[in-house]
Design a protein around this ligand. Sequence first.
Ligand code: HEM
Length: 309
Amino acid sequence: MPTPQRGILPVASTHAIFLTLRRRLGRRGDPALRSLLGQIPERIETLAAGNKEAGISAVLAIGSDCWAEIFESGRPALLRPFPRIAGAIHPAPATDGDLLLHIRGERYDLIFEFADHLAVQLGDWFEVVESVNGFRYRDKRDLTGFVDGTENPEGDEDRTAAAVVGEEDAEWAGGSYLHVQRYVHRLEQWTKLPVKQQEAIMGRTKAHNEEMDDEHKPRTAHIARVVIEENGEELEMLRHSLPYGSPAGDRGLYFASYARTPDIFEKMLTRMVAPTFDGRVDHMLNYTRAVSGVAFFAPSREKLASLAG
Ligand code: HEM
């Protein structure tokens, strides 16, 4: 079985950079670009091996529009652009992005240096759309004060089953469908809400991070929207979201999910933003709003390395 890129399965890190790039007008992929991208897995291995305490890992993912310029033959079966959701009453914009570097670890200096060098090296073909620095906040909380990531699948086996393509698309096995969205929180309004109301909006308790029972959890609670059962099984994804921001600017959550199929993110987001399923939407979205949304595929390490020729 091909190996997923190093940044997908490990548990959350303290720091991450999410670097989104888009093709420069008139520039097409060429052998020099493919060679540069193909060297990324090995460069990450070298950086990680030389700084073991830093737990460095990374993922390079490619968007639907630019796929064919990078991989000249073949394409992941379900790779498609970020969804436009019919009936959405909360914004879920689809924005620009052809490549995404998700690099993470315990040392911000090292991940910064890697992302910065790569952005310069890719500069002939790609320009940076945005670079977001995610950080761990307290005990893995979002800036709303709620612990985020609790119900992620645990252990390599379950995380692989949720996040990594298998035999259903044998050529691209070991890859993963990545969705990112930058959310800007309305923290001033949020912090004015009594904790009980915040808990009803999230569906979990704040201090102790316990799930509310079904009797008390409103159908508009965030986790009531995103927990979807099909054929007796809950749909699973692997989230690597992190808070970001500065006191002078936007503050919020950089959402990132890896899944075996893009259907999972699309179904969950639909139940958050559009009242098409049961007439309800996610009330968390009265306090936060997505300002970006891009979909990618992160090929296996072997497939990415094969670009180096
Ligand atoms: C759970 C926050 C966006 C999918 C949670 C939890 C929090 C949270 C606090 C509960 C703890 C946990 O299990 O992680 C947020 C915030 C978001 C956001 C602040 C954006 C501002 C999204 C989006 C999706 C999503 C866009 C998918 C489209 C999930 C899933 C769970 C979850 C699958 C686990 C539910 C369970 O199994 O109980 N989120 N989330 N979240 N969220 Fe979000």
